[in-house]
Design a protein around this ligand. Structure first.
Ligand code: HAM
Length: 422
């Protein structure tokens, strides 16, 4: 008979991989707390219309969409931003601004599976709503930087850009919004020739000139953009905004090495600064985000400027592995309690329970094995201690404790056991 495998693009994470992912989740949650972001939990299934509204073609075509038994068209969330924008227009609409909201969980996209690209993956998502100031943009970038630092990633880079630059050029050149979206989609994929085919000659010349503006560092690139875009007012003010954000981020102790003049991101809702995080070992982004000042309005809320980012936690986990970062989440000693005979079972159970109450990870011998077999197994699984509960020792209020790595044993008072093992 054939056995079952997970659905294509979805994975089982066994203990070591699950531990790395949990580590990254923990660090994201810790960083959220440090930056004052409150966690909310939203449903995995959302109305199709909500997710479809402003995500962009890229994600729209890749949603897992189905009809529920009540005939509603629903989708598995491909990201968190739409769900949080929904909250901002409903149950959180009267909360004082700025609102800082954190979420973590699995998201779903029908992407073509490959290394670091899955159909079910995890995001830690941060949204900061209510401020149009560059400080808010900088805060989100600094937050992303902190998540990766706290996760112990050794070497990563930030790429920064601004959709207002390309949109500024396109709108001054008279390109309407749908075509602008299509151009940005292509530029996101670095398909510049295909993008330029969508616009007329004069616009094409300006856009292709943008490809030549990279300087030796980010401030030279910004200067080149400033000079090049002198006659494009909107694009120029986007460059100034970008420049002040980059300055604040640098002042916050995080260096921006790469300002990309032709940077675009697949999501349609961005209106301002955009950024992504990379490691040299992987070509794919570990996370990304940006400013989206119009989305909350689109969902029927009051006009609310907002900026946010999502970290792709599976990719952060991959990056940690590729940089050989050792993750040890739980340093506590692990114990197994083994009763020698049936008559000591109830005492042994009580002892196991006491150890757990003292926060010591404790297994109980539940296979009904003889002591030697149980010890063999404990050694194989590299447990630290075996607590052997026998009649003679119990009579004196004691148990025998074997240190499994040192292969030594001593008798310890039951009253002092938790203290000695922790
Ligand atoms: P995004 O760039 O679509 O942005 O996704 C964020 C991160 O999720 C990516 O940088 C990547 O690390 C990870 N990711 C995306 N697709 C996959 C995949 N198929 N497999 C594994 N990881 C993947 C957003 O989702 C926006 N909602 C971010 C945001 C929040 N912008 C403003 N607020």
């Amino acid at each position: 008979m054939s056995t079952f495998q997970p659905v294509r693009g979805m994975r089982d994470l066994l203990a070591a991989d699950a531990e790395t992912l949990s580590h990254v989740i923990d660090k994201s949650r810790e960083t959220a707390e440090l930056f004052g972001f409150a966690e909310v939990i939203t449903p995995i299934v959302e109305p199709f219309e909500l997710l479809n509204a402003k995500s962009g073609e890229e994600i729209r075509q890749r949603m897992f969409t189905f009809e529920d038994m009540g005939g509603r068209k629903v989708s598995l969330r491909p990201e968190f931003t739409a769900s949080i924008a929904r909250l901002a227009t409903t149950s959180m609409k009267n909360e004082p601004k700025p609102l800082r909201v954190f979420s973590v969980g699995s998201v779903y996209r029908y992407d073509e599976p490959q290394k670091g690209r899955y159909r079910e993956f995890w995001q830690a998502n941060f949204e900061l709503m209510g401020s149009n100031q560059p400080e808010a943009d900088a805060e989100v970038i600094l937050l992303a930087n902190s998540v990766l630092k706290r996760a112990k990633l050794k070497d990563f880079r930030i790429k920064l850009g601004h959709v207002g630059v390309l949109r500024g050029i396109l709108s001054q050149e008279g390109v309407e919004e749908n075509t602008q979206n299509a151009v940005l989609q292509k530029m996101d994929k670095k398909e510049y020739e295909k993008a330029f085919e969508l616009v007329d000659d004069s616009c094409r010349r300006v856009l292709s000139g943008m490809l030549e503006l990279n300087g030796k560092d980010s401030s030279e690139t910004v200067d080149n953009m400033r000079n090049y875009l002198k006659t494009y007012n909107k694009a120029l003010s986007a460059v100034e905004n970008l420049s002040s954000i980059a300055k604040l981020v640098n002042e916050g102790g995080c260096e921006i090495e790469n300002v990309d003049p032709v940077f675009a991101r697949g999501l349609e809702y961005y209106t301002g600064m955009i950024f992504e995080l990379y490691v040299p070992q992987l070509e794919i982004a570990l996370g990304g985000g940006g400013r989206y000042d119009k989305l909350i309005e689109v969902f029927g809320g009051q006009s609310t400027p907002a900026v946010g980012m999502a970290m792709g936690l599976d990719r952060v986990a991959l990056a940690l592995q590729s940089q050989n970062v050792v993750i040890k989440n739980d340093q506590r000693k692990r114990v197994i309690v083994i009763p020698i005979k049936d008559t000591q079972k109830s005492q042994a159970l009580k002892i196991a329970q006491r150890l757990r109450e003292a926060d010591i990870p404790t297994e109980f011998e539940i296979m009904g094995r003889k002591m030697t077999k149980a010890l063999e197994d404990a050694n194989k699984r590299q447990l630290d201690y075996a607590v052997i509960v026998g009649e003679r020792e119990l009579a004196n209020g004691k148990v025998t404790v074997k240190n499994l790595s040192k292969r030594t044993q001593t008798e310890i008072d039951i009253e002092k056991l938790a203290e000695k093992l922790s």
